[in-house]
Write a protein that binds this ligand. Structure first.
Ligand SMILES: [Zn+2]
Length: 71
């Protein structure tokens, strides 16, 4: 994470806001709900594994909020 991405017409600058976490199943790509922590996000895997016992690989996603800064 660089905190800034530069494009020809604008920049994207990290707002410094809170990260958002989600869990994703690597088998079917279904996403769990947004959560404020990785621990909370990954709780969704318990329910997903109950519904789909053969879906055994997950990914923890975290996302950073960015704001457009025009030149
Ligand atoms: Zn799945």
């Amino acid at each position: 994470m660089s905190g800034e991405y530069r494009f020809a017409r604008f920049r994207l600058v990290s707002t410094g806001g809170q990260l958002v976490f989600r869990a994703q199943c690597e088998v079917c790509e279904e996403l769990g709900p947004q959560a404020g922590t990785g621990d909370a996000a990954m709780m969704w895997t318990v329910f997903h594994l109950d519904d789909y016992p053969d879906h055994e690989v997950f990914r923890e996603l975290s996302s950073t909020p960015y704001r457009v800064s025009r030149r």
